[in-house]
Design a protein around this ligand. Sequence first.
Ligand SMILES: [Zn+2]
Length: 333
Amino acid sequence: MWTLDKNTYGFLMQIYLRNILFILGFFLFASASGGLDKSASEKDEEALVNLIQQSQLSKEKLVFLVDSLLNGDTISYCVLDALNKKLASSAFYEVAIDTNPPSHDLYELWDTENPNISSEIPLNDTTYAFDLIDKQNDCGFVMPVNGIITSLYGYRDGRMHNGIDIALHTGDPVVSAFRGMVRVAKWYGSFGNVVVVRHYNGFETVYAHLSKIMVKPGDMVDPGQLLGKGGNTGRSRGAHLHFEMRFKGHPVNPRYIIDLENKKILSESVVVKKTKTGFAAYPAGTIFHTIKRGDYPYKVAIQYGITVKQLTEWNGLHKKSTFVAGTKLKVSQ
Ligand SMILES: [Zn+2]
């Protein structure tokens, strides 16, 4: 389903009004050259100009007015002039134009060439909280591909795997997980054909190894909207989707945001915490333990009624990882 968002609506309305004005100008020219019809009284005209000049005249009323003027036989110059002035007034345009990409308060740049963005980790803001889904527009989450997860986020063969791999057949549809705007849609190194979407929830999602890209930068996408077709391009062995979730350029573990088994989001809200190397995202309500001197895995696990295996898994720890005082550990599902 495709819905008009506020920005698109404002933009379309602007084009609409500009075209209408052009038509109005043409009517005026035609009536001036073909002999003026003086049936409209000057009093009515004055009332109309006053109405247009009213500061509280809404965009909808203005559109209605333009429509009704087009139904009439004549349009006077002063009415057209008043409309022009009204449209040119900054108050009207401020409302009509908002071309900012999603989450522009979090991101300084909108780079349509490079999937990777460099972003420094802010020192002060350590925790963010976001609504994952767009409740206002009734937009949720859709799993990008309905396949088996073949590889999870984390260390794999001695190197970091920044996303999850989902099995597919070449040509299978790959869809956007959340509502947002396409930032990158191109071939990029080991990603092969890749699409990056920036979302209103603060995250970016990455869809790599596609056989075909079917969107372009700037396209608005709803959850479930087609981005391209799955494939085996770039550094890939076998057709699959490499899917990443990123916050301010840093990959986060999708497993703490998406219930991968049931293909739903874990929680409508999410908490993003700063770590030493980047950010980690968790469902709202997750409990954390701050490591104190003298803590060790078994001691912390038993304190929260979880197993050491759960503790190490949830926090991406190795069995031999040493505890550093001050580090936050996730101690609840
Ligand atoms: Zn991968």
